[in-house]
Write a protein that binds this ligand. Structure first.
Ligand code: ADP
Ligand code: MG
Length: 559
């Protein structure tokens, strides 16, 4: 099922997990179920943790030992409080994506290969000592011939190959978990790895990051609240990104911000405002909003301005999702759970046959406790977490873009509250949301949308008479056929296909078994051929055995 390299890596992972006392995971994913005895024989799985270490911190240490891609995976899991218990998420959030830098000479080499010229011909200065290093890229400072200070982000050598190899292993584990672990119905490990894969692979194309930076810069052109460094396109390649160097105070350095007299209230509120503007007005949001990527320009401390870097991950929502999200927020703050439930059904987020009253009651149960606090302390992020957790029970497939949004919102709120604990999120967000809703429903906006759809609409109208004529003709000829894609039907089709394959394999196995037995019985030569036939028959028959009888059945009823 898995390639030998993956199996070997899985063995190594098992050893590390066991050393950190994570037997639970090994058992849940049934890593090496058929070879469980190997586990007992496996040398050197001495325990590397003390008894009072929490599950979260053991998991964190195991991930560090497993390497940078697993660390990044852990970080991305830490932003999923809808999936993980809070204590584990908090532990994983401590993971640092800091790895030893690769040599500056190597970085210089990559730059020279990408641009096809020696560094000395391109830059008036290139600092070999890196400014920062992470698992995917590292950053160097330099100056252009014009004297402008820039930063150069360079992808790590072989990063794509390494990431793809680790992703294969992560997928293997997720599939094992999906097959053997009852919790996987709720946690959907393969889907989680899939989302991670998408973001991490996107980060490997620095041209894409450059384009994101440029778009965000355009959206905030002239803004007093957010500054985005300029992209130096002439020097950008898929493996390198060159942007203007910014000089701001790291947002986490609150001491320095305080010393310079920063207006924290304004700073915190503008963070929330920027986020809602990105999501609802621009429909383009920076989705990697952790403090390491945010700086503050305090040249005018009464009106501090954010400066963002690192544009590898951005999100956009479909206008439908945008609309339903805004409506959900507003309905939630009016405690109108009936509306929240109805929105979920109307938007198609949950299947149409979902019972409205049950969904409404579930939302009430999880959201009502949030309102125990004063309005100013209510967290939008927590609300989304609870919403998605509940909706998932009702078979909502939470879209990756909404997950990104949830994650970013939690980051922004965390940041805002750290800067100014009394920050009233609702006070800041409500006017933006309401304005967006009114603008959207205004006559002009509706007309605008209609005009956008007009070309499509007119084509459909033009084609209509002909389509109708065809339809009537087909109906008259008795050839009208309507195809229905029903998931239950598709499952039945798959089941029938699997059954007939099994019957075929069983018949072949039996035939080979008879041949083998006859061969041995008549002492035909060569003798090993008879045994080989019997052995292959045994393998075939074993694989085609009716699984229901073995009683191994996972939570989804698959065998
Ligand atoms: N334009 C810039 N000006 C100044 N410092 C920068 C700039 N871009 C990145 N940095 C610094 O380099 C670090 C890493 O860059 P970043 O783009 O966040 O890479 P990564 O994707 O590895 O996190 C940032 O946290 C910041 O300290
Ligand atoms: Mg960063």
């Amino acid at each position: 099922m898995f390639r030998p390299r993956v199996v070997l890596r899985l063995f190594a992972i098992q050893r590390i997990l066991l050393r950190h006392g994570l037997d639970e995971i090994v058992r849940a994913t049934h890593l090496y179920r058929p070879l469980s005895w190997v586990r007992r024989l496996a040398p050197g799985h001495g325990r590397a943790y003390s008894e009072d270490e929490s599950l979260g911190s053991r998991l964190r240490m195991a991930l560090v030992e497993l390497g940078p891609i697993f660390v990044k995976f852990g970080q991305s899991l830490s932003t999923r409080p809808d999936l993980l218990p809070a204590d584990i998420a908090t532990e994983l959030a401590k993971l640092q994506d800091r790895v030893p830098p690769f040599s500056g000479e190597q970085a210089q080499q990559i730059v020279e290969t990408a641009l096809g010229r020696p560094v000395s011909e391109i830059f008036s200065r290139f600092d070999v000592e890196p400014l920062a290093a992470a698992s995917i890229a590292q950053v160097h400072t330099a100056a252009l011939e014009s004297g402008e200070e820039v930063v150069i982000k360079v992808l790590r050598p072989n990063v794509r190959t390494n990431i793809e190899a680790d992703l294969e292993v992560l997928y293997a584990m997720a599939r094992l978990a999906e097959r053997f672990w009852s919790e996987s119905r709720r946690l959907r490990p393969v889907e989680v790895v899939g989302e991670y894969e998408k973001t991490v692979l996107d980060e490997l194309d620095l041209m894409r990051e450059a384009a994101n930076a440029a778009q965000l810069g355009r959206n905030f052109d002239g803004s007093t609240k957010l500054y985005v460094p300029t992209v130096h396109w002439d020097y950008c390649r898929p493996t390198m990104l060159v942007t203007e160097r910014i000089h701001g105070v790291p947002v986490a350095d609150t001491t320095k911000l305080a010393e310079s007299g920063t207006d924290f209230k304004r700073l915190a509120a503008s963070g929330v405002e920027i986020f809602f503007t990105q999501v609802f007005q621009h429909n383009f949001f920076h989705a990697d909003m952790h403090p390491g990527n945010i700086f503050v320009d305090v040249s005018n401390p009464a009106y501090p301005r954010y400066m963002a870097v690192d544009f590898g991950i951005v999100g956009t929502l479909s206008s439908r999702d945008q609309h339903y999200l805004a409506e959900n927020f507003l309905a939630f703050f009016n405690r109108d759970y009936h509306r929240v439930a109805k929105l979920h059904i109307d938007s198609g987020w949950v299947p149409p046959e979902t019972r409205l009253d049950e969904l409404e009651s579930a939302f009430r149960t999880v959201c009502e406790p949030i309102f125990n606090k004063p309005l100013s302390e209510i967290s939008f992020g927590q609300f989304l977490v609870r919403l998605f957790r509940t909706a998932r029970r009702f078979d909502m497939e939470v879209q990756p873009q909404l997950i990104l949004l949830q994650k970013t919102l939690l980051n922004i709120e965390g940041l805002g509250r750290q800067l100014y604990p009394q920050l009233d999120l609702w006070e800041t967000a409500q006017p933006i949301l309401e304005k967006w809703m009114t603008d959207r429903l205004s006559g002009r906006a509706v007309l605008g949308r209609l005009r956008e759809q007009l070309p499509d609409l007119s084509e459909t109208i033009e084609a209509m008479p002909q389509l109708l004529q065809q339809l009537v003709q087909q109906a008259a000829d008795g050839q009208l056929e309507i195809r229905v894609r029903d998931p239950a039907m598709a499952a039945l089709e798959r089941q029938i296909a699997a059954d007939s394959k099994r019957r075929y394999v069983t018949a072949s196995g039996t035939a080979i078994l008879i041949a083998g037995t006859l061969w041995i019985g008549f002492a035909a030569n060569p003798a090993w051929l008879g045994w080989a036939l019997v052995a292959s028959a045994a393998v075939l028959l074993w694989r085609a055995r009716p699984r229901a009888l073995t009683g191994r059945r996972n939570s989804r009823g698959k065998y």
